[in-house]
Design a protein around this ligand. Structure first.
Ligand SMILES: Cc1cc2nc3c(=O)[nH]c(=O)nc-3n(C[C@H](O)[C@H](O)[C@H](O)COP(=O)(O)OP(=O)(O)OC[C@H]3O[C@@H](n4cnc5c(N)ncnc54)[C@H](O)[C@@H]3O)c2cc1C
Length: 375
């Protein structure tokens, strides 16, 4: 057995034994979610792109792991992905001081980091701006989404520079004020970072998602992870368009688990038939996605991206169809606040919009409006 398989088996036995039975609590209760995250840390599973050194195996393992966690708990999959993304970004940083401070401590969750970049995707006036100043950057603006308040100690923030580049740096994830005299710059105001209370969410309430406000925050040179050229995030969104599909695949699997359990409880042939159809489609969709990822480097990006977008939309639609089927086979009980089918249905909502771009939105709608005339 390869070390990759071993790692995934170890992860799965933890998820089955410790996470699956508490999935409803993990969806609602921050402490239950935090404990589940620490359980991944105890197994050194929280920085797969740092601990696995070949880039193709890093990518495959990260995808398979993401799908697996999403099968057992959407909230845990979502939360741990923020930290894994931050870890991967730090691993590729040229800032040696930061790497020394963090890298060895990320896999175990000894240091926990969130991310806040989605604002860089929005067009128009940048929501978070950075200006070069002596010794670093001044940051001002409104961050629409940061997950993990009270769980992550810090997060990597993306802010746009006047020339269109984006600076990514580590900032505290708790209300913070900067003090000290900035004698060299008399016009400097004291910096601060403020957070809203956690949002009231339909799914993954435990994820402690908040908005943040930064005023005159001084991001010192030593906290900078990387500076990216203009348009970098949009290029990444194209190259990585399939990454978020693994959430949807895991959510589909979670729904199929509910349908499979109903086969045994209800002894109705049509439930088995539906399960078999969906199960086959899930395998086809996953296999097409892995094949597309394998071909990415050798393909022309635009042509590849057009096909990959279709696969992303397929995965999103499949997750929603299967979640709906899980509700259907669970009958009225699905509407209980404590039923797995209701949770998975709400998770499908989150995985429909995670990392959404205009192109993903358009493709999802195209898939959903494909003509299905009654025959
Ligand atoms: C519970 C939750 C937690 C999240 N946590 C995080 C997190 O920790 N870190 C993080 O970085 N992100 C986080 N996100 C953001 C998430 O990935 C976003 O949902 C996703 O990026 C889409 O962004 P948005 O919802 O802000 O939509 P928008 O950015 O408003 O819209 C999506 C797309 O539509 C386009 N669009 C919007 N309005 C217009 C318009 N008027 N004209 C033309 N085009 C338009 C945008 O350019 C964008 O490409 C979280 C989201 C949720 C729901």
């Amino acid at each position: 057995m390869t070390s990759q398989q071993q790692l995934l088996e170890q992860a799965e036995s933890y998820l089955r034994a410790e996470v699956a039975p508490k999935a409803e609590a993990i969806d609602r209760d921050m402490l239950a979610l935090y404990q589940a995250l620490l359980g991944l840390g105890d197994r050194a599973l929280l920085a797969l792109k740092v601990t696995h050194n070949s880039s193709s195996s890093q990518e495959t393992i990260a995808h398979r792991f993401k799908e697996m966690v999403a099968r057992y708990s959407g909230a845990l999959a979502f939360l741990q992905t923020q930290h894994q993304s931050a870890s991967a970004m730090l691993a590729s940083s040229k800032n040696r001081g930061l790497k020394q401070e963090y890298l060895d401590r990320l896999a175990t969750g000894d240091r926990l980091l969130g991310i806040a970049f989605s604002q860089l995707r929005r067009s128009g006036e940048p929501m978070v701006k950075a200006w070069p100043v002596n010794g670093g950057y001044q940051i001002d603006g409104q961050v629409p989404w940061v997950t993990g308040f009270g769980i992550f100690e810090e997060f990597i923030l993306g802010a746009q520079l006047p020339d269109g580049r984006a600076v990514y740096g580590i900032v505290p994830f708790s209300e913070s004020y900067q003090e000290g005299d900035r004698a060299s710059n008399s016009s400097w105001k004291l910096g601060r970072i403020l957070f809203t209370p956690p949002m009231s969410l339909a799914a993954m309430q435990s994820s402690q998602t908040v908005s943040a406000q930064l005023e005159s925050w001084f991001l010192t040179q030593d906290r900078i992870v990387v500076i990216r050229p203009p348009g970098w995030i949009h290029e990444q969104d194209q190259k990585n368009v399939l990454n978020a599909s693994f959430f949807a695949l895991g959510c589909t699997r979670a729904a199929l688990d509910i349908i499979e359990a109903a086969i045994h409880q209800k002894q109705l042939t049509f439930i088995r038939q539906a399960f078999e159809i969906f199960d086959r489609e899930l395998r086809q969709c996953r296999s097409a996605i892995f094949k597309a990822i394998d071909k990415r480097e050798s393909s022309e990006l635009n042509a590849w991206y057009t096909q990959a977008l279709e696969l992303r939309a397929w995965a999103i639609e499949l997750a929603n169809r299967c979640a709906h089927a899980a509700v259907t086979v669970s009958s009225g009980a699905a509407n209980s606040n404590h039923h797995a089918a209701g949770r998975v249905y709400r998770e499908a909502l989150v995985f429909t919009v995670s990392g959404q771009t205009t192109a993903v939105m358009e493709q999802t709608l195209q898939r959903l409006t494909r003509s299905r005339y009654y025959r």
